[in-house]
Design a protein around this ligand. Structure first.
Ligand SMILES: [Zn+2]
Length: 214
């Protein structure tokens, strides 16, 4: 990518702005293993990876399975003074489902379960037809745009960190053991970071464009 100062003759679809500092560039082909970096702020703009879509799909499917396991298994195991109790993620998020804190419960469930699940579904909806060499799904562009908009609201990792902090605090009062769902959730966070490392937005957008016009 080259920075240019004269843009009048460049078609709009060939222009890309750095999402971090707004520096303007003309789009050129970036091959797998190559990367285009912003000259001004050095953030990576394009870094396509070979076989990225198949890996993203595989990791999204793995995440979906883990999310189901995380919902069905105990999250925490508490015992104090001979009393024993375990709680699932749903129990934890719905702990304040009555009274004035009910919106907090709903928001919590949305941020850690509903929004991640919707993002997985949208990613699969967008990428599966592209990998199979089919025309892009009818609403692929809208679906991918929505998945990207929801990204900051998907907060599973913040939840895991919050629970880890709470565990340290509570450990003085009761014996607390993380359950299967806790570890499943922790793996889920790692997988979503891994999946994100394959996500090159430019690669996905141009694949959607190509598959639309095919
Ligand atoms: Zn920049």
């Amino acid at each position: 990518m080259r920075a240019r100062h004269e843009w009048a003759d460049v078609p709009l679809e060939q222009l890309r702005a750095c999402p971090h500092c707004d520096a303007l560039y003309r789009l050129t082909e970036v091959r797998p293993r190559e990367r285009a970096q912003c000259r001004r702020c050095h953030s990576v703009l394009i870094a396509p990876r070979r076989g990225a879509f198949v890996r993203i799909i595989a990791l999204a499917l793995a995440s979906a399975v883990l999310l189901v396991i995380a919902l069905l298994t105990p999250f925490l195991d508490l015992s104090a003074a001979g009393m024993h109790s375990d709680a699932s993620i749903l129990d934890a998020t719905m702990a304040f489902s009555e009274g004035v804190l009910a919106p907090l419960s709903l928001a919590c469930a949305a941020f850690i379960i509903v929004i991640p699940a919707i993002r997985l579904a949208l990613t699969l909806y967008t990428l599966v037809p592209l990998v199979r060499g089919r025309p892009a799904a009818r609403h692929a562009a809208d679906a991918f745009r929505l998945a990207e908009r929801l990204r900051p609201w998907s907060m599973a990792e913040i939840f895991v960190i919050g629970v880890a902090v709470a565990l340290v605090k509570v450990s003085g009062l009761a014996s607390v053991t993380p359950g299967v769902a806790f570890w499943t959730f922790a793996i889920l966070v790692i997988i979503s970071l891994w999946q994100d490392s394959y996500m090159d937005r430019e690669q996905i957008w141009s694949a959607i464009d190509r598959a639309r016009s095919a």
